[in-house]
Design a protein around this ligand. Structure first.
Ligand SMILES: NC(=O)C1=CN([C@@H]2O[C@H](COP(=O)(O)OP(=O)(O)OC[C@H]3O[C@@H](n4cnc5c(N)ncnc54)[C@H](OP(=O)(O)O)[C@@H]3O)[C@@H](O)[C@H]2O)C=CC1
Ligand SMILES: Nc1nc(=O)c2c([nH]1)NC[C@@H]1CN(c3ccc(C(=O)N[C@@H](CCC(=O)O)C(=O)O)cc3)C=[N+]21
Length: 286
């Protein structure tokens, strides 16, 4: 047996087509296209490639791009001035600050300075707070992409036992918040380096989300046969990108979101969705 694919590339392409129609409508209402801003500090090649990809995605669905690239030695002041500028810019519907920032910068202070209404990543403390409270807010892109990928492949979430490996702020921690909402109704076990008996927790699960950044951590012997397995972790090695799920897992899993081609493209599509939704909220107040 080999797992069916949770195809993030095809699903993200379908979502982009749906978004393009909504962009055309909100552009007609407001007289201007939604705009996505990116703030990139420094010259990490991975981050550059990722930001370039976002601007390509925007062009495909009719979202205008606003790009602010700062040198690696940019001061806290310079970065915060850029944040203030985007907060004030009516052409910028939403934006992201590409993480990680260089170590000399205070990333928390930069993120807190963003206008929560323009937070396309859904990672502003106010928006994470709203997620916790169950109040409408932009959702974190990777967790939202994971839920959307499972829904569009009809993998049941209500009552499902989900094992999330990793409690990071971009993936694991907010994913637990999303999946335990009444609208998803999953039961989540959040694992981390302090977890005793990781294999036991993984084997209990109907859905396994590996977001640890530890290559090949999840092996076939750990899995419940037929489980849905999502490989979120990405480690750069000399041989290219490696996921958290060992290739053998496909022999036991019922569904597999591979890396690449699974959750990554969904993350990018959800960023666009957050910007389109912000534009629609603005259109309603015109
Ligand atoms: N595909 C996509 O769209 C995206 C992929 N990513 C990738 O997802 C991964 C997670 O990202 P992020 O949350 O930001 O990362 P963090 O580094 O913030 O978090 C990683 C988490 O994994 C846990 N962990 C690490 N190794 C193990 C292990 N051997 N066993 C159990 N738990 C472990 C850590 O535990 P502890 O807290 O105890 O240290 C930590 O909670 C990264 O590889 C990142 O590159 C991120 C964003 C988007
Ligand atoms: N403010 C901020 N928001 C983020 O969402 C954010 C960030 N900073 N910093 C870095 C991480 C990482 N991340 C990825 C998203 C998509 C792919 C992706 O599309 N991956 C492709 C492969 C890409 C390739 O081949 O290089 C795939 O999995 O198929 C990867 C990684 C978002 N992050």
């Amino acid at each position: 047996m080999t797992a069916q694919t949770l195809d993030g590339r095809a699903t993200a392409a379908a979502i982009r087509r749906e978004l393009a129609e909504r962009v055309a409508k909100s552009t007609a209402t407001t007289g201007r296209p939604p705009g996505l801003g990116t703030v990139l500090v420094g010259d990490d090649p991975g981050s550059h490639a990722y930001v370039a990809g976002k601007h390509r995605d925007c062009a495909q669905v009719g979202i205008a791009s606003i790009r602010r690239d700062l040198p690696a030695d940019a001061s806290q002041r310079q970065v915060e001035d850029t944040i203030d500028e985007l907060n004030a810019d009516p052409d910028c519907t939403g934006y992201i600050v590409q993480l990680p920032l260089p170590h000399h910068l205070d990333a928390g202070a930069v993120l807190e300075r963003m206008d929560p209404a323009k937070d396309a990543d859904g990672l502003h403390p106010v928006n994470l707070g709203r997620l916790t409270l169950g109040v409408d807010a932009p959702l974190p892109c990777t967790p939202r992409g994971i839920v959307e990928l499972l829904r569009r492949h009809d993998v049941p979430l209500a009552g499902a036992r989900v094992c999330v490996i990793g409690r990071g702020v971009t993936v694991g921690r907010p994913l637990g918040l999303l999946l335990t909402r009444r609208s998803e109704n999953s039961t989540v076990t959040l694992c981390h380096t302090g977890t005793k008996g990781l294999a036991w927790h993984v084997r209990e699960a109907d859905i396994v989300v590996a977001a640890a950044g530890s290559p090949g951590l999840i092996t076939k012997d750990m899995l419940r046969p037929g489980a849905a397995v999502l490989d979120v972790g990405i480690t750069r090695t000399d041989d290219g990108l490696v996921g958290d799920v060992h290739p053998d897992a496909a022999q036991v899993a019922g569904w597999l979101a591979p890396m690449p081609g699974g959750v990554g493209p969904m993350t990018r599509a959800m960023l666009l969705a957050n910007v389109v939704e912000a534009a629609e909220r603005n259109a309603n107040t015109v």
